[in-house]
Design a protein. Structure first.
Length: 195
C-alpha cells in the first residue's frame, strides 16, 4: 500500500474550501454502484460535518499529479448479533470479551466500526491504480489504529448479495454472520472481521 495518501474529508475541506472540495468529489465515478457514487457526491460532506460518518479519500500519483483513486467511509455503530447466528465457538468467545449479552432479546451487542462505503474511482481509468484489496486494507488499517486508542477488535460491513462481492470480503478476512433487508428492500449480507 505504498504510494497512496489517505486524507480525511474534513482535512481536505479545511485545506481547499467547500467549493473546491465539491468540485473534486464530483470527479468521482462508480458506474458499478450508483449508491457509492451518490453518497460521495451528496452525503459525505454533510455526514462528516454532523459527525455521523467520516470519509477518507485515497489519492495516488498519476502523471506527476495526485488523483482520487477511491474512498472509504467509517461510522461508529452498534452491532446486534442474534443467538441464532452461526459463528464459530472461538469467535463467539473472542467477541464475548468486549460485548454485552442481552438474554431477553437473545442477542449479543457490540459497539463496532462499520465500513459504510468503499469504492474505487472509475473516472479516467483511475480504478486501475488501486486494487480493492488495497482499498479495503486501508479501511481496516484505519480501524485498527483507532482501536489501539479506544479499544475493540472487530469491524463489520453490509454488502449486496452478489456472490463475487461476498467472496471478495471473505478473501479479506470477513465472515458472513447475518442478513437484513435494506430501506429499498434489497437483501444485504452482514459480515464481521476480528482483528
Amino acid at each position: 500500500m505504498t504510494g497512496f495518501r489517505i486524507i480525511t474529508l474534513d482535512d481536505l475541506s479545511s485545506a481547499l474550501g467547500e467549493e473546491s472540495l465539491n468540485h473534486l468529489l464530483l470527479q468521482y465515478s462508480c458506474p458499478r454502484n450508483s449508491d457509492i457514487e451518490s453518497f460521495l457526491h451528496h452525503n459525505a460532506v454533510p455526514f462528516s460535518r454532523q459527525g455521523i460518518a467520516k470519509t477518507h479519500l485515497v489519492f495516488a500519483g498519476f502523471h506527476e499529479k495526485a488523483v482520487l483513486v477511491g474512498y472509504f467511509t467509517l461510522a461508529s455503530k452498534t452491532l446486534y448479533i442474534p443467538d441464532r447466528v452461526r459463528l464459530s465457538a472461538s469467535l463467539r468467545k473472542r467477541l464475548s470479551r468486549f460485548s454485552a449479552r442481552i438474554d431477553e432479546t437473545h442477542m449479543t451487542v457490540i459497539a463496532a466500526p462499520l465500513i459504510a462505503q468503499l469504492g474505487k474511482n472509475y473516472q479516467n481509468g483511475y480504478d486501475a491504480l488501486i486494487t480493492g484489496d488495497e482499498l479495503l486494507g486501508m479501511a481496516c488499517d484505519t480501524i485498527q489504529r483507532t482501536q489501539l486508542a479506544i479499544g475493540g477488535k472487530v469491524a463489520y460491513l453490509e454488502c449486496e448479495d452478489i456472490p463475487g462481492l461476498v467472496r471478495f470480503y471473505e478473501s479479506n478476512g470477513f465472515q458472513r454472520f447475518s442478513e437484513r433487508e435494506s430501506d429499498n428492500h434489497e437483501r444485504l449480507i452482514q459480515m464481521i472481521r476480528y482483528f
